[in-house]
Design a protein around this ligand. Structure first.
Ligand SMILES: NC(=O)c1ccc[n+]([C@@H]2O[C@H](COP(=O)([O-])OP(=O)(O)OC[C@H]3O[C@@H](n4cnc5c(N)ncnc54)[C@H](OP(=O)(O)O)[C@@H]3O)[C@@H](O)[C@H]2O)c1
Length: 348
């Protein structure tokens, strides 16, 4: 045995292994063992990378996207800002000293959230713009552009989103639902970003966070249009992020599993389903990091349990198992919703 092999042998001995035993293995078995060992090592390294990314590496401070001398302060623009995750982004960015521009559908709710922000964060200014992002109304976007012009916008949260009312086969999805999902999740994100991004490039400073979903990263049967719209955001975010990263603008997609909200229809938080408050705190503390989305550049899975799930689905669970489990889960949701509808119809 050569000197190197002897050294290797002494390393393996505490594990109850000996180089001699391995060298007597038939060649195909030896190759299989080496390939298996290497892939276990790679998986372990990836897992350690996720843990470091989630628990150790610090995020870029959100305050670095703000300047002290902007005459009217630095602004954060949040779409879909009156409920759930968007409302929390608005409240928490105000706490970090950003003035808040809220763009959402319902005027009363906009005024209410703006009032909440101003009383919770004295000195912070707010502006509201009522806009229905499902309407594809060119004039409404012109109005939005006018309202945003002249503001020093440091942060844009492309949060507004719509999912299916319930799990549904693509061929049974109503045209209205299909169109509004694409209009809100895809077109509104593109249009609002086109309004805001040139100013950020000009100032060489900006952060854009796009609300993604596990349904985009891992295609979800019976939520096909939602799933496809969020998958679009992954590719688009990565492309734009690469275009502007040398211009001082950070663009990231937030890869998200469930969060307590009206959209998720989940009311009770758990380790896997955070409240919007807890989720947004993590998202704002992990800007520029990847979390579990280790294989997807410019993506971040900010919530720790989501990050671990992301790693497991990406590297451990075979795609065929993931697809069939998610199909079964959505079919069960579909059946429950249909049974509920039938019961409601009977009682009328
Ligand atoms: N919650 C989750 O489990 C989860 C998981 C993955 C990804 N996401 C993503 O996170 C984002 C926010 O979700 P959420 O759960 O916080 O939703 P949510 O609680 O239902 O809030 C949605 C917000 O968007 C506004 N909105 C809805 N339709 C609009 C339209 N047509 N025009 C303008 N504003 C509109 C709503 O305004 P009104 O008050 O007027 O209705 C509300 O402020 C979405 O992009 C979603 O896809 C959520």
């Amino acid at each position: 045995m050569s000197g190197h092999l002897r050294q290797f042998d002494s390393l393996l001995q505490p594990l109850g292994l000996r180089v001699d035993d391995w060298l007597t293995l038939p060649l195909p078995l030896l190759i299989l063992a080496i390939v298996g060992g290497i892939s276990i090592l790679i998986s372990l390294c990836r897992f350690i990378r996720v843990l470091l990314n989630v628990y150790v590496v610090p995020g870029k401070p959100v305050a670095s996207f703000k300047v002290k001398n902007a005459p009217n302060g630095t602004w954060a623009v949040v779409t879909g800002a009156t409920d759930g995750i968007g409302r929390e982004f608005a409240l928490q960015l105000a706490k970090k000293g950003f003035n808040i521009f809220l763009a959402s559908r319902t005027p009363d709710k906009l005024d209410k959230v703006a009032g909440e922000i101003e009383s919770a964060s004295p000195g912070i200014k707010t502006k509201v713009q009522a806009i229905d992002f499902s309407a594809a109304d060119v004039k409404a976007y012109d109005d939005l552009k006018r309202a945003l012009s002249g503001l020093d916008i440091g942060v844009l949260i492309n949060n507004v989103g719509k999912s299916h009312d319930s799990a549904v086969y693509f061929h049974e999805t109503s045209e209205e639902e299909m169109e509004s999902i694409v209009e809100i999740n895809v077109n509104a994100t593109l249009r609002v970003t086109r309004i805001v991004l040139p100013g950020m490039i000009g100032r060489k400073r900006g952060l854009i966070l796009n609300m993604g979903s596990f349904a985009g990263a891992f295609p979800t049967p019976l939520l096909a249009t939602y799933s496809g719209s969020k998958a679009f955001l992954i590719g688009w975010t990565q492309a734009v992020a690469e275009e502007v990263r040398s211009k001082g603008v950070t663009v990231q997609l937030l890869n998200t599993y469930f969060v307590v909200s009206a959209m998720s229809k989940i009311r009770r938080p758990s380790a896997m389903v955070p409240t919007p408050k807890a989720y947004v705190a993590k998202a704002l503390a992990s800007v520029g990091k990847q979390g579990g989305a280790v294989g997807r550049l410019h993506n971040n899975t900010p919530w720790p349990a989501h990050a671990l799930l992301d790693w497991a689905i990406s590297y451990i669970v075979p795609q065929s198992v993931m697809f069939s489990q998610s199909r079964k889960m959505q079919l069960a949701i579909k059946k429950r919703a249909e049974a509920k509808k039938a019961r409601a119809a009977k009682t009328q």
